[in-house]
Write a protein that binds this ligand. Structure first.
Ligand code: ZN
Ligand code: ZN
Length: 303
């Protein structure tokens, strides 16, 4: 995973300067779009993110602030002449909504949308470099988060050492996989003499609307970057409980149990024109907290 780009950090009601939930996770030059609130396609344009690079879209639940931008984005993909398949993951009802929209607007989508209905905690995608799982959240309606597990990365070639050992070019891939090298005189070079350890593999968890349960941290134990909603300040705890949301303090207490490199707070209630106090509240419990904001880019290689 290279980067996480925040496109929206608001919640259900509009707030000046904040957009509803959406973000792009960049992996091997492809974009995974996570949630698609109203106006997401405009945010993609503003951030110069190509629609065509979006290969997978993940929708957490069917509250409008998490998916209402999707029919518009798909229509624009069609207008732009998209050919490649789109993989869409979301609640079962999402496909019904899209079909009705396309039927009533007499739209014909000429590219293939592979819809994957999420109804339980399960593996969604497993490639050479990444494993993606759904995680059930505790919200007013069925809601899932997503965990992206980066697999172990290849070892890094030590340029000077391979030159001195005269390792042939064709053997570099073996070195990256961890093989030792034996030269024509049968001299053995341990892999560790010729390579550096791989870059850190990250585990990113996207947890949108959620009232945290006691056992929740166990499911997130390996997470290195935790995105968790923090809709309210703790002074609004009663409201948070009633609406199945989380306070900044509670999100930070969850992070304290998991100890990620970073806690990314988001989904702020429109009642807060200044979100500074949300960060202050979280940092008192978990100092490695930051606020998601529009256009924030998190570079995983720097964590
Ligand atoms: Zn929401
Ligand atoms: Zn919701």
């Amino acid at each position: 995973m290279e980067k996480l780009i925040i496109l929206g950090c608001g919640s259900a009601l509009p707030a000046s300067g904040r957009n509803p939930t959406s973000q792009v996770l960049e992996h091997n030059g492809k974009y995974f779009l996570i949630d698609c609130g109203e106006g997401t396609q405009s945010r993609l344009r503003e951030n110069k993110l190509s629609f065509d690079k979006i290969t997978h879209i993940f929708i957490s639940h069917l509250h409008g602030d998490h998916y209402l931008g999707l029919p518009g984005l798909i229509s624009s993909m069609q207008l732009l002449g998209r050919i490649k398949d789109l993989n869409l993951y979301g609640p079962p009802g999402l496909w019904d909504i899209l079909e009705l929209q396309f039927k009533l607007s007499n739209s014909r989508i000429s590219f293939t949308i592979n819809f994957h209905s999420i109804e339980e905690e399960t593996e969604l995608l497993n490639t050479d470099s990444l494993l993606i799982r759904s995680i059930e959240l505790n919200h007013r309606i069925k809601c899932f988060g997503f965990i992206f597990f980066e697999k172990e990365k290849p070892r890094r070639i030590n340029g000077e050492a391979v030159k001195n050992a005269e390792v042939p070019h064709f053997f570099m891939e073996n070195l990256r996989k961890g093989d030792d090298f034996i030269n024509t005189l049968s001299k053995v070079y341990a892999n560790s003499e010729l390579t550096f350890s791989p870059k850190k593999s990250h585990v990113y968890a996207f947890c949108s609307d959620n009232r945290i349960k006691n056992t929740f941290h166990k499911k997130l134990k390996d997470v290195t970057v935790l995105y968790h909603e923090s809709t309210f300040l703790h002074s609004e705890l009663a409201r948070a409980k009633r609406t199945f949301h989380t306070t900044a303090k509670e999100a930070a207490e969850l992070a304290l149990k998991i100890k990620p490199d970073l806690l990314v707070l988001s989904h702020y209630s429109a009642r807060y024109s200044d979100i500074g106090p949300i960060l202050i509240e979280a940092k008192k419990v978990y100092p490695k907290s930051i606020l998601a904001k529009e256009k924030l880019i998190i570079d995983f290689s720097k964590l």
